[in-house]
Design a protein around this ligand. Structure first.
Ligand code: CTP
Ligand code: MG
Length: 175
């Protein structure tokens, strides 16, 4: 009984890391580089507000992508599946695009760079990565509860890590 639940827990954790570690690493890395070159090139949208804002930079995008790729390497070795390198990298890119979509939405509703948008801030990247896996990764969509648990864990982890980043000084806001 206990052995069975342990096995289930381990298989969930393996599944979670296989799919979500690269996008999580990709999403968390850009904050470390202090990028200067805005992805939106400073352009304004038709509403007169920044397209994405100063919090989305090319440096952040490149570093996020690279770190997501690096995070896929131990997974590729552990699961002995070369497709994880490809999937992890694409999911990382998808996650970073999701984060940009989140910023686009925030600017449209008038929120400034770094203003909190609960749920959107924590899940924008994960939802886009999920969408990618859902339509591309064979077998992924057969685990709806795993997907749900994963998003919940990411939500909690995100809140926890942002607080830590704030207290050690790498982020100037708690969200
Ligand atoms: N970052 C970056 N490039 C990216 C994503 C993030 O340079 N593509 C950096 C920025 O310094 C950003 C920080 O990581 O401030 C934290 O990211 P995030 O919380 O997503 O950005 P916010 O500053 O909160 O901006 P927004 O309100 O647009 O979400
Ligand atoms: Mg933010």
């Amino acid at each position: 009984m206990l052995y069975g639940s342990m096995n289930q827990l381990v298989s969930f954790i393996e599944w979670f890391l296989e799919y979500y570690l690269p996008p999580m690493i990709a999403n968390a890395s850009p904050v470390l580089v202090n990028g200067r070159h805005r992805i939106d090139l400073g352009y304004m949208f038709i509403d007169g507000r920044p397209l994405l804002g100063a919090g989305k930079t090319w440096e952040g995008l490149v570093v996020g992508l690279y770190m997501g790729f690096l995070a896929s390497i131990p997974l590729y070795i552990y699961f002995d599946n070369v497709y994880i390198l490809l999937n992890g990298s694409i999911a990382s890119l998808t996650a970073l695009i999701g984060d940009m979509i989140g910023s686009f939405i925030k600017r449209r509703i008038g929120l400034k760079r770094g203003d909190p948008a609960p749920i959107l801030d924590q899940l924008d990247f994960a939802l886009m990565a999920t969408l990618y896996y859902y339509y591309v990764a064979p077998g992924f969509q057969q685990r709806p509860y795993y997907i749900l648990y994963s998003l919940l864990i990411i939500l909690l982890l995100h809140i926890l890590t942002n607080n830590i980043a704030y207290y050690i000084g790498v982020k100037d806001r708690r969200w």
